[in-house]
Design a binder for this molecule. Structure first.
Ligand code: HEM
Length: 554
């Protein structure tokens, strides 16, 4: 009854906006629904007449429906739920207007509170506080750092390929978990300058058992800590670090998460102190993110080193804020890139001709198969690899919605000459899967995965033209003030991975019994675009994609 009362109230508010209204009986971001919806939806798949329920209620429906929901309800419409109203936007001008009015359509800080494990940071602040973090982030992600990422991505991807060819269980069904290990290792190098050899999940479990798994030490301490934190972020938020560590009655894995939080803090604190001493001694250092972040803060301070947590008069970030920002870089930078790489590889497996198309270009710019000799300058030359990355993000993006909130006041939105007043505390979501698939903008074949749409062929590789990576009509990394600080980082990582994997090798789906290769490709394409939203949007059943890597013959 309570739910129905809230739904009734919200319906009245939704109608006042003057946009078409559609009702959902559960709140998509409600914690209970987040936990139980996969189970509820799975049960529904076994029942008759549930197709429409599954289409609307399975989390991440926006990624599967793409522009079709807006075709049915209009470019702007309101979803009314018991927990609040959601205005969905699929119009470039309105989206642009909302993104520009950052102070009016701010972040839903409550939804982001989960990232405050180490205190407030770039992703969980607004206004002046956000500007302070943002200013430091802007000088932290340097081209030198992207170069470091490029080198590590090449190395890790070559090792991952070796694993897939020689050591992994065949056929390979671990695409999603392997790309996560890849991305975690690249992140370790970029953040801390620590290089880890690629190893499959089973290999690392065997190694852990051999050395006696302990979250507090071991050569892989940092990497395991961050992986554990990312995996257990919800229990960490609910119970807190101390309770997780001290509650014997909680599952062992949860206790381990408590130690992982402390472990990451100790590790980073140690590195920050080391860096501050290096600065005091005038030593030059590497371009990793810890170094860059600490140096950016020290440059702004009076020069006096602070090993305590005081802000002083000039230092821009305290030590805790530096730790929290580094954590959020790891959080924002790991799964986004890992999931994107999984999408890319699945799409490429389903489109063999595109593998040849990018390989041709990679071979043109790399004269040797020794990846350690591939200069960072090669990265921006591989336009076809960039096009593959763009096209995949266009159709399958790990962050499907730009979620904004009207905050304490009502806000006006103008659409096609009509002004709509959106009440206070209403969520406004820019629906990118719809914007990036509308046939009116992308053409009648908007749902086809075709990277060539991003390349203007002229004559020869050197003259091919690639559009910018962010415009108001295509913004996988957001744009203007909100642009992702890790944009270059992720581009170097993804293009590096593609170059190392596809120069001399190809991947193909392993057909099921009685299935032709063509049908297997179609199935893999379908599965790679069957997306479900967990924390981010990801392939719903990645283990059902079976792959095989082989050396290309020429
Ligand atoms: C394919 C990979 C990636 C994609 C598609 C991506 C996309 C985005 C987008 C769209 C936003 C804006 C979100 C919003 O305003 O609601 C964002 C923000 C952010 N991204 Fe990325 N990102 C990627 C990789 C990375 C990496 C590798 C890092 C860091 C190592 C990173 C760090 C961040 C941070 C810290 C923010 C928040 C910025 C702020 O609040 O000012 N991202 N990203």
């Amino acid at each position: 009854l309570w739910t129905l009362r809230d739904l009734g109230r919200n319906y009245a508010k939704a109608q006042s906006i003057g946009l078409p209204v559609t009702v959902r009986f559960v709140t998509p971001g409600g914690p209970l629904w987040m936990i139980f919806s996969p189970l509820v939806v799975r049960i529904a798949t076994y029942l008759p007449f549930t197709k429409s329920f599954i289409t609307k209620y399975r989390r991440g429906w926006e990624c599967r429906e793409r522009y079709r929901a807006h075709e049915e309800h209009g470019e702007l419409f309101t979803i009314c739920t018991p927990g609040g109203n959601y205005v969905k936007i699929s119009n470039f001008d309105v989206a642009d207007d909302i993104l520009k009015r950052k102070d009016e359509f701010g972040r839903d800080l409550e939804a982001f509170a989960v990232l405050n494990i180490y205190g407030k940071n770039l992703a969980t602040t607004e206004g002046k506080e956000w500007m302070r973090h943002r200013k430091v982030a802007a000088v932290t992600f340097t081209e030198k750092n992207a170069e470091l990422v490029w080198g590590e991505a090449l190395k890790e991807a070559s090792q991952m390929l070796e694993y897939w060819r020689d050591r992994a269980k065949k056929p390979i069904r671990t695409l999603a978990q392997d790309t996560q290990i890849f991305s975690l290792n690249v992140l370790a190098a970029a953040l801390f300058d620590r290089s880890y050899p690629f190893e499959g999940r089973e290999e690392s479990e065997a190694r852990e058992q051999a050395i006696g798994a302990n979250a507090k030490n071991g050569a892989f301490g940092y990497r395991e800590s961050i992986a554990t934190i990312l995996h257990m972020i919800v229990p960490i938020m609910v119970f807190g670090e101390k309770k997780l560590r001290e509650s014997w009655w909680l599952p062992k894995g949860w206790q381990k998460a408590g130690y992982a939080v402390a472990n990451f803090r100790d590790y980073v604190t140690h590195l920050i102190n080391e860096e501050r001493v290096a600065i005091a001694q005038g030593a030059t250092s590497s371009a990793n993110l810890v170094t860059n972040l600490v140096r950016a803060c020290e440059d702004e301070s009076s020069g006096s080193l602070k090993t305590d947590n005081s802000t002083g008069s000039k230092a821009i970030l305290t030590k805790d804020e530096i730790i929290s920002d580094l954590f959020v870089f790891a959080f924002a930078g790991n799964d986004t890139t890992a999931l994107t790489l999984a999408y890319i590889l699945a799409e490429l497996a389903a489109h063999p001709a595109m593998q040849d198309w990018i390989s041709e270009e990679i071979r043109y710019y790399t004269r040797t198969e020794d990846v350690t000799r591939w200069d960072y300058a090669v990265c921006t030359k591989l336009k076809r690899c960039w096009a593959v990355m763009y096209e995949t993000l266009r159709l399958s993006h790990p962050i499907s919605q730009f979620v904004k909130n009207t905050g304490a006041e009502q806000r006006a939105i103008t659409h096609k000459g009509r002004t709509h007043i959106v009440p206070s505390h209403t969520t406004v979501e820019i629906n990118t899967p719809s914007l990036s698939s509308m046939p009116s903008h992308w053409g009648p074949e908007s749902l086809e995965w075709n990277p060539k749409r991003f390349i203007k062929p002229v004559s020869g590789f050197e003259d091919e033209v690639l559009p910018p990576d962010t415009t108001p009509q295509f913004f996988p990394w957001a744009y203007n003030r909100l642009v992702c600080p890790g944009k270059r980082f992720s581009q170097a990582e993804l293009v590096g991975a593609l170059a190392a994997l596809f120069r001399d090798h190809r991947v193909e789906p392993v057909p099921e019994t009685g299935e032709s290769m063509q049908d297997a490709c179609r199935r893999v394409k379908r599965m790679s675009e069957d997306i479900e939203q967990r924390l981010l949007s990801e392939i719903r059943e990645p283990t059902k994609i079976a792959l095989r890597w082989y050396k290309a013959t020429r």
